[in-house]
Each structure stands twice: as structure tokens, then as C-alpha cells.
Design a protein around this ligand. Structure first.
Ligand code: BTN
Length: 272
């Protein structure tokens, strides 16, 4: 990537330099990079920009979010100088083969990419919990909120806890950070660069219809997707079963007393 193709001038210099140096590894997702010190939600900024500028390559990075959003109406703890809060705009329906499958697999693809990124940036093994939570042991270290913009694009928003040493009481037993896991301080910039590069690469695999490779990588990082007890609510009352893998569209399969249920959305309670 040349400096004329992506403008990082409003970025903190250290981050701008690292992204520029990453060059082609991040170029597809950094066509229009945007840095904001503080936003309500990077996903909202990215969606507003995507409405004006369809296509891949809007990337929004913030140092802090005042109304960071998680899945299913949860908030995402987003203090300054602590985590990564990033939203990337992608258009999976451009995939060469079976675009509907690319759309169905976009969040699993992002999960694989981010787990690979954390591992390559700092050597920390990260597992995935369906559909797209990043875990180390029993604690969540990152999450993904993919939202359709109403046109052909999707905003992939992700948060990774890098420092976040002072989680609020309600998160203390369920969240962790890279620094807490490694027991040392960690620079956010290389984690950011690796996360964008890994997402760029795995999104390329998605566009090339490398669906089985993506699913194999996802399955190898998700021991909980096979043989774990789960419970969920239905209009008819609570249901439960044991996970039986993910299918080719990324749905979670759960063996119940009456057969295999195919879960595509919803809040699960895990036995783990
Ligand atoms: C979850 O696990 O519930 C998803 C968390 C997603 C958080 C990220 S932080 C950047 C982007 N902007 C948001 O408001 N949310 C996502």
C-alpha cells in the first residue's frame, strides 16, 4: 500500500506508522481508515460512512467508546487506552461462489481471524465459543458484533481486551485481557495491526469461497462446539441439549432428546 492509497494522517503517529508498514497485509480493509479518540460506538460511525461510500475498506478505530455495544443489547466495556475498538466494513455478497454462504459465515470468519491475530501478536492461545466470542479458559477476552447496514455491506465490529485491568465488578469473574493472561504489559499497536491483517486475509479467503478451510479453522479452535451442554429459551419454554458441531452454514447443531436442533441465533447458556 502506498501512502496515497490510504490516509492515516489523523491517526496517532505510532499506529499510522505500523499500519503503513503493514502495507498490502491491511490494504483491502484500510481503503478509508478513520481514527476517532472517542466515539459512542465505532459500529455506528462505520455504518454512517458506509451509507455514503459502499464497498469494502472503511475501517474505524477509536481509543474509547462511550456507548460500545455488544450482542443482544449488552454494552461493551470500552475504557480509554485499554482495549481495541474497531469496525471494518465488508461486502461478503461479492464472494465468487455461493454468496449467501459467505454472508452466513462472515462472523465465524472474523472470529477465526481475531483468534489467529492474538496468537501471532503475543503467543496467547484463544478459543472460540459459538457464534463469535473469544475466550481464554473460562473468561471472555474479545467479542464481535456484525451488523448489516441495510445495503450489501456488513460492519464487523470487534473489541479485544488488551489491558482492561480494572474491569467493573460485574465483569471481574467473566472477562479477561491479554495483559492479565500474560502477566506483562502489552502494546496495543501490534495487536491492532495483526488483527486488521488477519481479518484482511481471512476475508480474502471468504471472498475466494474457501468456506471449508474457514470452518475447519473455526472448529479446531472451538472445543465447546462438540459435546458441551447448552440451554436456551424458546416460546414453548427452556430447551437443552449437547453441542454436535457447526454445519456448513455456520449454524450450531445441538442434540436434544428429540433429534438435532439447528441454532442460528439467540442467547445460549453454556454448561462450561
Ligand atoms: C459481544 O461479544 O457482545 C460483541 C462485542 C463487540 C464490541 C465491539 S467494540 C467495537 C465495535 N463497536 C461497538 O459498539 N461494538 C463493537
Amino acid at each position: 500500500m502506498t501512502s496515497s492509497s490510504s490516509d492515516f494522517t489523523l491517526f496517532p503517529p505510532e499506529i499510522a506508522g505500523a499500519l503503513l508498514q503493514a502495507g498490502a497485509r491491511v490494504s483491502r480493509l484500510c481503503r478509508t481508515p478513520v481514527y476517532r479518540p472517542i466515539v459512542e460506538s465505532t459500529n455506528d460511525v462505520a455504518a454512517a460512512l458506509a451509507a455514503e461510500d459502499p464497498g469494502d475498506g472503511i475501517l474505524v478505530l477509536a481509543d474509547q467508546q462511550t456507548a460500545g455495544r455488544g450482542r443482544r443489547g449488552h454494552t461493551w466495556f470500552s475504557p480509554p487506552a485499554s482495549g481495541l475498538y474497531v469496525s471494518a466494513v465488508v461486502t461478503p455478497l461479492r464472494a465468487r461462489v455461493d454468496p449467501a454462504r459467505a454472508l452466513a459465515l462472515v462472523t465465524l470468519t472474523a472470529g477465526v481471524a481475531l483468534a489467529e491475530a492474538i496468537e501471532s501478536a503475543c503467543g496467547l492461545r484463544v478459543e472460540l465459543k459459538w457464534p463469535n466470542d473469544l475466550y481464554v479458559g473460562r473468561r471472555k477476552i474479545g467479542g464481535i458484533l456484525a451488523e448489516s447496514t441495510g445495503s450489501r455491506s456488513v460492519v464487523i465490529g470487534y473489541g479485544i481486551n488488551v489491558s482492561a485491568a480494572a474491569f467493573p465488578p460485574e465483569l471481574r469473574n467473566i472477562a479477561t485481557s491479554i495483559e492479565l493472561e500474560l502477566g506483562r504489559s502489552v502494546d496495543r499497536t501490534p495487536v491492532l495491526v495483526e488483527s486488521v491483517a488477519a481479518l484482511d486475509k481471512r476475508y480474502g479467503d471468504l471472498l475466494d469461497a474457501q468456506y471449508d478451510a474457514i470452518l475447519d479453522a473455526w472448529r479446531s479452535r472451538s472445543p465447546s462446539s462438540l459435546g458441551t451442554g447448552v440451554e436456551w429459551s424458546t416460546p414453548a419454554g427452556p430447551q437443552s441439549g449437547v453441542t454436535a458441531g457447526v454445519d456448513e452454514q455456520g449454524a450450531l447443531l445441538v442434540r436434544t432428546g428429540t433429534g438435532i436442533e439447528r441454532i442460528i441465533a439467540g442467547e445460549l447458556r453454556w454448561e462450561l
